[in-house]
Design a protein around this ligand. Sequence first.
Ligand code: ADP
Length: 485
Amino acid sequence: MSLTLSDPSLLREAACVGGTWIAAEGRDATEVRNPSTGALIGKMPELTQAEVTAAIEAAEAAQKAWAARTALERADILMEWFRLMMANQEDLGRILTAEQGKPLAEAKGEIAYGASFIRWFAEEARRMYGEIIPGHQPDKRLLVMRQPIGVVAAITPWNFPNAMITRKAGPALAAGCAMVLKPAEQTPFSAVALAILAERAGIPAGLFSVVTGDGPTVGKVMTDSPVVRKLTFTGSTEVGAILYAQCAPTIKKLGLELGGNAPFIVFDDADVDAAVEGAVIAKFRNNGQTCVCANRIYVQSGVYDAFAEKLAAKIATLKTGDGFEDGVTFGPLIDEDGLAKVEDHVADAKAKGAKVILGGARHERGGTFYQPTILTDVTSDMKVTTEETFGPVAPLFRFESEAEVIKAANDTEFGLASYIYASDMARIFRVSEALEYGMVGVNTGLVSTTEAPFGGVKSSGLGREGSRHGLDDFTELKYVCLGGI
Ligand code: ADP
């Protein structure tokens, strides 16, 4: 392994099942490679169904004692986990860049963002308040308490190998639940490093297991288990729908953070320079590989040409390369499939009349690198309109009226993030209310933060993560009717 870490023990080729480490060596294992260089980082074991079941049983055994502790005790341990994440930010960032490809500065930013969920929910743990409702009869008092839902299974994607885990584990453990996590096969080492730090922070064995292996196999064990009371998943809508169906027989609670197709709307009265800055973040963060990435950029005709020119000029100054090199803004795409989709979308747009004003081809570095690309004269019959490109391609649509752009923006099965740039306050309100999305960024390209509820409507998912609402999803309400008073 060529990855240099100040604490090399954070890179462990083993899964964590109820406090027992199961090494990859000497058994069926999956190779994990650096998407930038193709170099082997290490291997992770493919757990058997019995081993995944053992993790679920260990979670069940650990959960009750954890829930019985005071909220302050749980909060203190979570705070220690947060502290260890920040103390190891550099190493966690390096592991993340190696397996995911994003630039090191962005990876370290993700570690801070990921850690913020642990801190936030450690704080929220102490505010898991119930209610007393005035009784419906003179001798009755109605109490409502919030209790942890129990054992939670989590399945996470490769685009945020740290933060998509902590956004789930933070509220789950804060509420008094136990979690069995299956990370993406491309990025398991970030998850394992979190489990190592959880152990060091004093999180009891069994409360946070990391199980690795084939997604459908592990997922089926999780969804079939009656012990698992909630499944929380971030990934594609396609897999989300499969898991939703698999959870039906055992009536599990579900948290689903699925695909998006975010519109980014620039009106004539917008500050165009600010809109360009926002588009760079909303479109190109993580090389376009986030579910809140601007997928369709609608620009009103009065500022269309100026916006296109300024965006192209700005993007042309940014460097594509290996995430460990200085000054790099764009890393590689995660894999060949990701690259093929981007190529297909650009070819389809070109064939249907779009113009390429920047990029439009594979990057000279080879591998899965692709040039940051800007397309103009884009129309609604192109694949970039209806499918999530998940790459560094900015398609610019021209529009005339507010009503027209609202209709176009909402014309999708997805409803996760949306963005508008405008200065007229009445318009900002009108459009924010009319957009059928879970989140609206106004004059900003970045909406995700631990304090706010993240989530979508329509095929983009169920539930919210982050904010005080994020804790609700890991609790059940219990009503106690006190009579004879
Ligand atoms: P992406 O296209 O971003 O890789 P996926 O939805 O395919 O998104 O994957 C997200 C996560 O879901 C990964 O951890 C993957 O292993 C897992 N996964 C994929 N298919 C299934 C399945 N049938 N059951 C359970 N998990 C799955």
